[in-house]
Design a protein. Structure first.
Lengths: 329, 245
């Protein structure tokens, strides 16, 4: 009945043919991973496979476990249980080999040095780095190369943080809420640069709490809530699974109607004699309602905002499609 | 790793306030003390005051350069998240730590050089070439325990408080270790304290060479004991830190 709650374990997928198979097919594999801080269970039995060359969004509200998951994938945190493999090896080994680039939420920059100095120093640490000139162009840092790192504006610092994560030319790029604090224009440019990198075959995993951002910039969305995967699929699939449109109508004796005969219903709710149905195919619902209950009237069809869809996924108890009898006597 | 070391060094030497504290202070103190107490009759450590104070101030500056370069900077970089970001590069944690310690130890060099040059040029201190070289060598290598002590101060405090904490440790080690006045002038119990502190034994290494002697094994031993003890504490403190993270 439910298309929402994804099974806890993803079936093993094979990499698409256009992704060069270097070692393991998956860039990241988490198996039954959990992490708790004393009494707080931040991540619970998380299993996830990110394929090479894929751009995956880790979507969830604050406190869903996104940063903890990313911290464990980067080897900054030890999982309390389960196993993690990154690029066919351990997180620490993948990082030590210079194959992972990361932009952390709380990752600071080296103060007292110039932008180009910092990037040149970092480039020298990697086996196959980008040139400083190239990475500055990519991250719109031209003209700022000689600026002191501690004298950059907030937006410029964010560009530098991206450059720092990219300069090592990593196979896997991990971005923890990369656009936090960016204005609309900076956000647009950021994603333009990211989509170019993704097109070059880089595997990207990013976290966000905006469904629009995940929708527009990823091949796949993994929705986390309370440390669990609550949905996993293509952006289209995720939107479809919550039902992107709502149809409302009034019918006599609404509470006694059997809504299960209607097609493509995701959720429905009742307030007095007024019924609201969320559906992926409101047209079909409309036809069926008119056919079955000629007395139905006052039809209204509206789109559901992405944010509503997101809330439907991540709010406790809201995930399973259900018929709520509100105000029913 | 060499690229990181060279950038850390440039970064430190660019910090004008830091260079002022660790170089200008010992030089100014040297000029003041050696002028006020410069009469040849005031011999301490078997040396003329201009030489005895020169070694004391060079040790004072070297120690400050090292302490202030290790503790507060590491605490600051941890607070801003730079150490976290750096740990995501291929540079391993032991190498990062090694670079920070090497940087800190290197930053004893400017104070030693400038203090020696001031003594030679302004106060006419004249020693054999081997003595200058050996004194510089022992004062710089003798600073290794202070780099580790600074590391502890940087691990137990955050970016804001580490500056103050390190300064307190610095001034206590300098004053109680007999760098500001000869140990012989301190009251009895404080003389005992002075002989336990690494700051005193650092200066002793230099004073021995200035007298034309080989440094005593006891001085080296005390400094090594401080290094070993501080390294053990730093190791425990870093384990504690990684547990909390």
């Amino acid at each position: 009945m439910s298309t929402l709650a994804a099974p806890p374990t993803q079936p093993a997928r094979t990499a698409p043919p256009w992704v060069p198979n270097r070692g393991a097919a998956d860039a990241i594999t988490l198996k039954g991973v959990s992490k708790s801080y004393r009494a707080v269970q931040a991540v619970r039995d998380l299993s996830l496979a990110v394929r090479r060359g894929e751009t995956t969004a880790l979507l969830g509200p604050n406190g869903a476990g996104k940063s903890t998951t990313i911290g464990m994938i980067l080897g900054l945190l030890e999982p309390s249980g389960g196993t993690i493999s990154v690029l066919g090896t351990s997180p620490a080994a993948a990082v030590a080999a210079g194959r992972v680039g990361a932009m952390l939420q709380d990752g600071g920059m080296m103060s007292g040095v110039r932008v180009a100095e910092l990037l040149r120093m970092l480039a020298a640490l990697y086996p196959n780095p980008m040139s400083v000139e190239h990475v500055c162009g990519l991250c719109q840092l031209q003209g700022l190369e000689q600026r002191r790192v501690d004298r950059l504006s907030g937006g410029q610092t964010q560009k530098l943080r991206l450059a720092v994560s990219l300069v090592g030319n990593p196979d896997l790029l991990i971005l923890d809420e990369p656009t936090a604090g960016m204005d609309v224009e900076a956000r647009r440019r950021f994603w333009a640069a990211m989509n170019t990198e993704a097109a070059r075959g880089r595997t990207i995993l990013f976290s966000t709490h905006y469904l629009e951002e995940a929708d527009a910039n990823s091949d796949r969305i993994v929705v986390l809530a309370n440390g669990r995967v609550v949905a996993d699929g293509t952006p289209e699939g995720i939107k479809e699974s919550v039902g992107l449109r709502a149809i409302r109508f009034t019918a006599p004796h609404a509470a006694s109607l059997d809504l299960s005969t209607l097609p493509a219903v995701k959720t429905s709710s009742l307030r007095g004699d007024r019924i609201e149905i969320r559906s992926t195919d409101t047209d079909a619902v409309l036809r069926a309602v008119i056919r079955q209950w000629p007395g139905a009237r006052d039809f209204e069809i509206t789109g559901i905002a992405l944010e509503d869809a997101f809330i439907a996924l991540t709010e406790p108890g809201a995930a399973a499609p259900s018929i709520d009898h509100i105000g029913d006597s | 790793m060499t690229s990181y070391l060279s950038l850390e060094l440039r970064r430190s030497l660019r910090d004008k306030r830091y260079v002022l504290i660790t170089v200008a202070w010992p030089v100014a103190a040297y000029l003041l003390f050696s002028t006020v107490f410069g009469a040849a009759a005031n011999r301490a450590e078997g040396l003329l005051p201009v030489v005895e104070i020169m070694v004391a101030m060079a040790a004072f500056g070297a120690m400050g350069g090292v302490l202030l370069a290790s503790g507060p900077r590491i605490a600051y970089d941890r607070q801003t998240g730079w150490l976290r970001q750096l740990s995501l590069t291929p540079l391993s944690k032991p190498r990062i730590l090694g670079v920070r310690l090497l940087t800190a130890i290197s930053l004893s060099v400017p104070a030693v050089m400038v203090t020696f040059a001031t003594a030679a040029l302004v106060k006419g201190v004249s020693l054999d070439a081997w003595q200058w070289a050996a004194m510089a060598g022992v004062l710089v290598t003798g600073c290794i325990p202070f780099a580790v002590i600074g590391l502890i101060a940087g691990s137990v405090s955050d970016g804001d408080s580490s500056q103050g904490l390190t300064m307190v440790v610095y001034l206590l080690l300098a004053s109680l270790g007999g760098l500001w006045m000869p140990v012989a002038l301190l009251p009895g119990p404080m003389q005992t304290v002075a002989h336990v502190l690494p700051s005193n034994h650092l200066a002793q290494l230099g004073w021995s060479i200035a007298r034309g002697q080989v440094p005593a094994a006891g001085d080296v031993l005390v400094l090594f004991a401080w290094f070993a003890g501080a390294a053990a504490i730093a190791w425990l403190a870093s384990r504690q830190l990684s547990k909390r993270a």
